[in-house]
Design a protein around this ligand. Structure first.
Ligand code: APR
Length: 310
C-alpha cells in the first residue's frame, strides 16, 4: 500500500487498531513494542487472517524504530493502562516518560508524520508529544472526543431504541470526568436530543458517558477499554489518510480558541491530509463555557504537575 501507519504499543489498543487499519485496507501497518516477540507475533497472526478477511495490507511487528521509517501517521498507545481504582491521572508520571522516549524515536525516523496520541492521561500526554516532537500543532492530536462521543451515541441510541447511525454527539473538553457533552448539539436524525428526552434522562446519559472509561475498567478488572478506543483512533487516521476532512472532536492545541491558550483540550476539528486543518468554534452558553473552563483547568493542573515532575 502507498500509506504507512505505525502503531506504538502492541497491547490491547495498539493491536486492535492495527487489526482495524488492516481490515479496512487503509495502509500498511508497523506494530512496535518493547516486549520481544509480541509485536512480531501479533502482526504475523493478523497477517494470517488477511486471506480470510480479504485485504492486502502488510502488517509487520518490530522492537526497533527503523521499521517505522517514513510513516504517514504514528499512533501512540504505549504505556500502562488503568487498573481498578486508579485514575487516569495516577498514570501520569509513568506514561509521560514512556511517551517522551517513544516520541523521540518516532520523530527520528518519521519527521513528517502526524501523531495521534492515545496513551493516558490523554491531554497531558499530548503536551509531552507536542513538546518533545517540536511538530506544528496541526500534526499532534489526541484521541478522546471521538471515543467519548461514540459512548454518548451508544447510550442515546439505546435510550431511544434507534440506530446508532442516526445519532450524532458533540463532546468538548478534556478526556475524563471533566468532559463536556453538549446535549443541544447532540442529535438523532438531525433532531436535538433535548427535544426527545427529558432533562433527567439526558443527565443520566451524560453521567454515564463521563464515567464510561471507568465503567469498562470496573468490569474488565485487569485493564481498560480497547475496542472502542481503537475504533476511534482509526477513524481519525482514516480521515487523515483519505483526506476526508471529517469534523471530529479531538484533543487539539488551542491558542485562544474558546478562550483557552496553550493547552490541549477536546474541540471539534477538521481532519485531513495536513492533520488538524481547522478548529471549529461555536458559541457556548455561559454554563457550557464554565464547564469547558473547568475541564481546561483540570488539564492545566496535569500539565503543571508534569512540569514539576521534570
Ligand atoms: N515503547 C513501546 N511500547 C511500550 C513501551 C515503550 N516504551 N512501554 C510500554 N509499552 C507497551 C507495553 O509493552 C504494552 O504492550 O505498551 C503496550 C500497552 O498495552 P496494554 O498494556 O494492553 O494497554 P492498552 O489497553 O493497550 O492501553 C494503552 O491507551 O487507552 C490508553 O489508558 C490506556 O495509556 C493506556 C494506553
Amino acid at each position: 500500500m502507498d500509506r504507512k501507519v505505525t502503531v506504538i504499543g502492541a497491547g490491547n489498543v495498539g493491536a486492535t487498531a492495527a487489526q482495524r487499519l488492516g481490515e479496512k485496507e487503509l495502509c500498511d501497518v508497523v506494530l512496535i513494542d518493547v516486549i520481544e516477540g509480541v509485536p512480531q507475533g501479533k502482526a504475523l497472526d493478523l497477517s494470517e487472517a488477511a486471506p480470510i478477511e480479504k485485504h492486502d495490507a502488510h502488517l509487520t511487528g518490530s522492537n526497533g524504530y527503523e521499521d517505522s521509517a517514513g510513516s504517514d501517521i504514528v499512533i501512540i498507545t504505549a504505556g500502562v493502562p488503568r487498573k481498578p481504582g486508579m485514575s487516569r491521572d495516577d498514570l501520569i508520571s509513568i506514561n509521560a516518560g514512556i511517551v517522551k522516549s517513544v516520541t523521540e524515536n518516532v520523530v527520528r525516523y518519521s519527521p513528517d508524520c502526524i501523531l495521534i496520541i492515545v496513551s493516558n492521561p490523554l491531554d497531558a500526554m499530548c503536551h509531552v508529544a507536542f513538546e518533545t516532537s517540536g511538530f506544528s500543532k496541526r500534526r499532534v492530536m489526541g484521541m478522546a472526543g471521538v471515543l467519548d462521543s461514540a459512548r454518548f451515541r451508544t447510550f442515546i441510541a439505546r435510550e431511544l431504541d434507534v440506530s446508532v447511525e442516526s445519532t450524532n454527539a458533540f463532546v468538548l473538553g478534556g478526556h475524563g470526568d471533566t468532559m463536556v457533552p453538549l446535549p443541544r448539539y447532540s442529535t438523532v436524525g438531525g433532531i436535538p436530543i433535548t427535544e426527545l428526552l427529558s432533562r433527567e434522562r439526558i443527565d443520566a446519559i451524560v453521567d454515564r458517558t463521563r464515567t464510561g472509561g471507568a465503567e469498562i475498567v470496573s468490569l474488565l478488572k485487569t485493564g481498560s477499554a480497547y475496542y472502542a478506543p481503537a475504533s476511534a483512533a482509526v477513524e481519525m487516521a482514516e480521515s487523515i489518510l483519505k483526506d476526508k476532512k471529517k469534523i471530529l472532536p479531538c484533543a487539539a492545541y488551542l491558542e485562544g480558541e474558546y478562550g483557552i491558550n496553550g493547552l490541549f483540550v477536546g474541540v471539534p476539528v477538521k481532519l485531513g491530509r495536513n492533520g488538524i486543518e481547522k478548529v471549529i468554534q461555536i458559541a457556548l452558553t455561559d454554563e457550557e463555557q464554565a464547564a469547558l473552563n473547568a475541564s481546561a483547568d483540570a488539564v492545566r493542573g496535569l500539565v503543571d504537575l508534569l512540569k514539576k515532575l521534570n
